[in-house]
Design a protein around this ligand. Structure first.
Ligand SMILES: NC(=O)c1ccc[n+]([C@@H]2O[C@H](COP(=O)([O-])OP(=O)(O)OC[C@H]3O[C@@H](n4cnc5c(N)ncnc54)[C@H](OP(=O)(O)O)[C@@H]3O)[C@@H](O)[C@H]2O)c1
Length: 266
């Protein structure tokens, strides 16, 4: 029960990995603050959580609105008076090639996946420094370790997350601050529904690869075990591990496999 009574702020808690982390943390009687845009979906997750923990609060917010993040962070701290762990799980994906993707789409993806996580962390750092403890969990992706077709902006945002938080790990200048980077492969969540297409519309369908992906409960369990052990980097992946091996040791083959896998959906 490592997380018992710990105050944990989860962004992207209305769905997928964030929602499942909330449920598993509730089972460990953590105190939760749940953030996303969709109030109804958040209420559903909170209802599940409240069956296990007495403390679960919804804090609605659109992380694409940078100007709101300082106030949102203040409110998140205010719910229980402090925060022990922040989990940056909010994210949007992409289904379009570079030539078809507008700069607005790239900026939107960067805003939610990268800038929001960094901005919220920046606002939390003085709080963590004053308390002498804090834990930042940044959900990146295997697409933060290598490129993958139809995900130029997404992969860029996840490489940026990895680069930013790994660099903070090397600085290590805030006593008591832990940082964990998570790189999932394909996890069975609805992320492809909200992925952005060339027209700027939502993809709106579940990708077959995601349906066959790692169960979200297994993913959340692995993340929480790693966070409790203060791991620096957690990889939750199956087939992508092989692709990553090729990325390291036989790059031309990686390029070919990634192309074949990713471009067949174009
Ligand atoms: N599933 C995978 O295969 C996979 C693989 C690698 C990495 N990841 C990463 O894991 C994280 C969670 O993804 P998931 O698979 O759980 O996807 P998901 O089920 O689609 O959940 C995404 C979450 O992000 C929230 N979100 C999106 N835009 C937001 C905004 N502007 N403001 C606030 N919240 C926003 C969504 O809530 P609202 O729509 O209610 O705002 C939702 O709660 C993401 O960072 C994703 O990139 C996922």
């Amino acid at each position: 029960m490592y997380f018992r009574d710990k105050v944990i702020w989860i962004t992207g808690a209305s769905s997928g990995i964030g929602a499942e982390l909330a449920r598993q943390l509730a089972a460990q009687q953590a105190r939760l603050v749940l953030t996303a845009r969709r109030a109804e979906a958040l209420a559903g997750v909170a209802k599940d959580c409240l069956q296990h923990t007495q403390h679960c609060t919804i804090l609605e917010g659109d992380l694409a609105q940078a100007e709101l993040l300082q106030e949102l962070t203040g409110r998140a701290i205010g719910v229980y008076g402090h925060i022990d762990v922040v989990i940056h799980s909010a994210g949007i994906s992409q289904r379009s090639t570079a030539i078809d993707t507008s700069m607005d789409t790239i900026r939107k993806i960067m805003e939610v996946n990268f800038f929001a996580a960094v901005t919220i962390t920046k606002y939390l750092l003085p709080h963590f420094a004053a308390r002498g403890s804090g834990h930042v969990v940044a959900i990146s992706s295997m697409a933060g370790l290598m490129g993958f077709p139809m995900r130029t902006g997404y992969a860029a945002s996840k490489h940026a997350v990895k680069g930013y938080f790994e660099t903070m790990q090397t600085e290590a200048d805030i006593p008591g601050l832990d940082i964990t980077i998570v790189s999932p492969g394909r996890i069975n969540t609805p992320i492809s529904l909200s992925a952005i297409t060339p027209t700027g519309e939502l993809h709106g369908k579940m990708d077959e690869e995601l349906l066959n992906g790692i169960p979200v409960s297994e993913c959340a369990d692995k993340i929480l075990r790693g966070v409790a052990r203060r791991k620096k980097h957690i990889i939750v992946a199956r087939g992508e591990r092989f692709l990553w091996w090729f990325w390291w040791f036989w790059h031309p083959v990686y390029l070919k496999i990634a192309h074949k896998e990713g471009m067949r959906h174009k």
